[in-house]
Design a protein around this ligand. Structure first.
Ligand SMILES: [Zn+2]
Length: 423
């Protein structure tokens, strides 16, 4: 795991040279920008290289394929910006890299060969995550119980039959499974589950304490709650160690930068957009890929003793960032206040353009009785976020009518009516 900066620089140089030799997309881009990989000599040169957006990957998807057809052994898909799926092509070497990434992530979380790990993620439907977890567990020699993510009832059943001591899954699924167990007369806290490895949604606040979602999981399962961050495009994940203070980076596998709205690098520790350059990828290699996610890097030495930087929880999406009279915040910050307020029965947020690059935020809260009033809700939000939005109270039915979409798994609680461009 320990790797010097000059070793990492050599990996990055090799990666950039590979892009120049093998990736039609980057060949064209480097030529257009007059950039040559041989000229890339130091870390300071990194910020002058072009960024790659989700829209680039989606629009020119096929040009990102850097190997001949016969070298592809697996295809993954992820949703693109235009609604069209983006394909990520993987070679045998890419799968081995993915397996070793997951192995390291699970080792960091303290997983050993005697552990029984229920994987609550899909291994099919051209998803990457479930496959990656399975391969990582196999390398450790732990027992994998491939439950999938679709049916909480089945997951609960498998927990009773197979007695896993570690669960991997999205927090909302893990909460539903706890509910299912209680329905069966089983106490999830007595089910022998020691660790929850949470994927897809952050379970920590910006200060690395557990969020209300993380706390709800801890109370439901009486288990150690560990967060992760990953995406199909970067084919890399970052996982919490047992100290639980952000996802450890694997320095040989990825370069992470934090940039501002215009793509300029930010000072260490500041929150900004996560930009990634995954190293050693053959099939679909990327350079300075803008994830659209906002987070900060922690570079102090972790309690666990590892010196690798850690990525804090995702604070929100760049496209959803709200600018309110000089303060920036994300819908998630307002949601977390509303989730802990007694009497709130559903909510959604609307944002409109106001003036001078400022946004107007309207918070619509469902309330079935007279236990809430708009002013106290606005004050509770202001106390946590320093922004006092307009608050409107409506019936819980009006909230469901607006937020529940039968075709979507989760309610839609953010409506963006700003006239600026997104992504
Ligand atoms: Zn640690």
């Amino acid at each position: 795991m320990v790797m010097s900066e000059s070793q990492r620089l050599r990996l990055l140089q090799r990666h950039i040279l590979y892009l120049q030799e093998a990736s039609p997309y980057y060949q064209k881009l480097f030529r257009a920008e007059g950039f040559s990989a041989e000229g890339f000599q130091s870390w300071d040169d990194l910020s002058s290289l072009p960024l790659t957006s989700k829209a680039d990957l989606s629009t020119y998807n096929r040009d990102f394929l850097a190997v001949a057809e016969e070298k592809i052994v697996d295809v993954c898909q992820t949703s693109g910006t235009t609604g069209q799926a983006v394909t990520i092509w993987q070679t045998e070497a890419d799968l081995l890299r993915l397996a070793s990434n997951e192995e390291n992530e699970f080792l960091t979380a303290g997983i050993v060969a005697t552990d029984r790990v229920l994987v609550g993620a899909a291994l099919d439907r051209v998803f990457m995550a479930g496959l990656a977890y399975f391969m990582g567990l196999r390398k450790i020699g732990a027992t994998a119980i491939r439950a999938g993510s679709g049916q909480p009832g089945l997951v609960a059943e498998l927990i009773c039959q197979q007695r896993p001591n570690v669960l991997v899954g999205v927090p909302s699924l893990l909460l539903l499974v706890a509910q299912q167990l209680r329905k069966r007369g089983e106490d999830p806290r007595q089910a022998g589950v020691e660790k929850l490895i949470c994927i897809g949604e952050p379970i920590r606040n910006d200060d690395l304490s557990l969020s209300s979602l993380g706390e709800a999981l801890q109370q439901s399962w009486d288990a150690h709650i560990l967060g992760t961050y990953a995406s199909t495009e970067m084919a890399t994940s970052f996982g919490d160690c047992l100290a639980g203070c952000g996802g450890h980076l694997q320095p040989g596998l990825i370069v992470v930068e934090i940039v501002d709205f215009d793509g300029a690098p930010l000072a260490a520790g500041e929150a900004g957009e996560v930009v990634v350059t995954p190293l050693g990828i053959e099939g679909t290699p990327l350079l300075r890929y803008r994830t659209g996610d906002i987070a900060r890097l922690h570079s102090d030495i972790c309690e666990c003793g590892l010196q690798t930087p850690r990525l804090g929880p995702i604070l929100g999406r760049r496209a959803q960032m709200l600018k309110c009279r000089g303060t920036t915040l994300f819908p998630a910050a307002i949601s977390s206040v509303l989730q802990t307020l007694a009497g709130v029965q559903g909510y959604y947020l609307e944002v409109y353009s106001e003036f001078d690059l400022s946004d107007r935020v309207r918070v619509v809260v469902g309330c079935g009785d007279s236990s809430l009033n708009a002013t106290t809700v606005a004050e509770a939000i202001a106390a946590k976020t320093r922004v006092k939005p307009e608050v409107v109270l409506v019936t819980p039915e009006e909230i469901s009518a607006k937020t529940i979409r039968p075709e979507l798994r989760k309610p839609v609680t953010f409506f963006d009516y700003r006239d600026s461009d997104k992504e």
